[in-house]
Design a binder for this molecule. Structure first.
Ligand code: F0G
Length: 451
């Protein structure tokens, strides 16, 4: 059960199908155009959507808004240093700011950033800095149904071949857990091996640690060597295998806004610090208020609580199990921050060119007011300016991201019941066609119609 009780509540809109049909049509069948008033259960993102604890709110009240050298900064730095062990800690307003600063300082034009999988803002920031992204996910991820424990790993054979070859690699970035790869965890063995290769080839090793605590939890459950270790011990060890991290605190910091860049290398840190001051804010606040820094510090302490992590992981697995019983498969084994539904399998009558994942995500909204994100051809496929799909994504998935400490099991049961309703007669679900295709950032701004 949840190791906390509810002290503050917020009503959620309960709407009719008729209302949702009208609103969704007005929104151009794009869930990013829906508003909070339109959505009953919001599983669009687990980022910045968590519930603060009483201790975080209290910490926020103690926030010190001194411009430079605020007490809040020292409290934040102490917690961040204890957790990561990195010498140079920079607060930023959210994860992508850390990415932009790091890649601008680190990457030379044409250099490769190689990863298990880059998150989409991470990819964009590598490219904006003149770099080139290369994803080398573990071959184990290709089998969505296998119960292999660490499908978020990087492919070590391919990584070594790349590092040993003629191409110029600027950094290795390990995303823990692998959000772009079904939310699957990365093993400590994989991180250790990456560390060895990076040292051998003299390439910086950076963690994208947005979900470091959830990764650590899964390591304590799935990696023999770490059974009986606390998630905090594992997280501390993981940070110490790398040379630094970018970290969106909106996930495992359990705050509404915040991020961090942390590095060991002094020269690189100095360059980053100047970019930080020029674009985010002075080094002791970096785009955050004192109260944010204090709430982040407290969140970074709470998030490795094993009781909290166990319940969160179990709730996510419970949703995946209920969906499976209802006939809707998802990427196995269940991760922690999200369930990735296999829309391609549920809706075989809708080809990728009619956006199978989007069709399931849409039906979840229309049937139950549930908002979520497509991770299929609409997002990842190659699409021409007229909206025709040229190359489909490898899978048609739908991500149900679970905000932290927000929804109860009965909310999750409601989601599962809605899915069960869809699974009873999946043939009724329509496909979609693009009517407006923006040149970049397609999922956020495109418009569609039903066909
Ligand atoms: N890295 C990963 C692995 C992420 O999942 C995200 C954000 C970021 C970096 C960027 O952090 O949003 O604080 O700038 N992911 C959110 C999501 C948006 O819904 O998965 P940010």
């Amino acid at each position: 059960m949840e190791p906390y009780r509810i002290k503050v509540v917020e009503p959620i809109p309960i709407t009719t199908r008729e209302f949702r049909e009208r609103r969704y049509a007005e929104a151009g069948y794009n869930q990013f155009n829906l508003t909070a008033e339109d959505v009953t259960i919001d599983l669009l993102s687990d980022s910045g959507t968590g519930a603060l604890s009483a201790e975080q709110q209290a910490a926020g009240m103690r926030g010190d808004e001194t411009y430079a050298g605020a007490r809040s900064w020292f409290r934040f730095r102490e917690v961040a240093e204890e957790l990561t062990g990195y010498e140079h800690i920079f607060p930023v307003h959210q994860g992508r700011a850390a990415e932009r600063i790091l890649f601008s300082a680190l990457l030379k034009p044409g250099q490769i950033s190689v990863s298990n999988t880059h998150f989409d803002t991470t990819r964009a920031n590598v490219e904006l800095a003149g770099g080139v992204v290369r994803d080398l996910p573990s071959p184990a991820f290709a089998d969505l149904d296998s119960d292999a424990p660490f499908k978020g790993d990087i492919d070590l054979v391919a990584l070594e071949a790349l590092l040993d070859g003629p191409e110029d690699v600027g950094l290795v970035l390990m995303t823990i857990t692998n959000n772009g790869g079904g939310g699957q965890p990365v093993s400590m063995a994989n991180l250790e091996a990456v560390g060895v290769l990076c040292r051998r080839y003299g390439v910086p090793f950076i963690l994208d640690a947005a979900r470091f605590a959830e990764n650590a939890w899964l390591v304590t459950q799935r990696e023999e060597r770490f059974r009986g270790h606390s998630p905090r011990e594992v997280a501390r060890l993981a940070f110490r295998l790398a040379d630094g991290c970018v970290l969106s605190l909106k996930k495992d910091g359990i705050v509404h806004i915040g991020g961090m860049l942390a590095l060991q290398d002094q020269d690189l840190a100095k360059q980053c610090e100047l970019l930080l001051i020029a674009t985010e804010g002075f080094s002791t606040y970096g785009g955050l208020s004192g109260r944010d820094l204090d709430m982040c510090a407290q969140g970074l302490i709470e998030v490795t609580d094993p009781l909290y992590l166990r319940e969160r992981a179990e709730a996510t697995a419970y949703l995946a199990d209920c969906a499976r019983e209802a006939g809707v498969d998802s990427v196995r084994p269940a991760g922690v921050h999200a369930v990735y539904l296999n829309a391609g399998r549920l809706l075989p009558h809708i080809p990728p060119s009619r956006f199978t994942g989007h069709a399931l995500a849409s039906e979840l909204y229309l049937a139950g007011g549930i908002r979520c994100a497509e991770v299929g051809s609409l997002y990842l496929g190659e699409i021409d300016p007229s909206g025709e799909l040229i190359t489909p994504a490898p899978f048609e998935l739908v991500r149900l991201a679970i905000p932290r400490r927000v929804y109860t099991r009965s909310h999750l049961e409601y989601v599962a019941e809605t899915l069960a309703g869809i699974a009873k007669d999946p043939g009724r679900v329509p496909g979609y066609r693009l009517t407006e295709v923006p040149p970049i950032l397609r999922p956020f701004r495109c418009r569609l119609e039903q066909i």
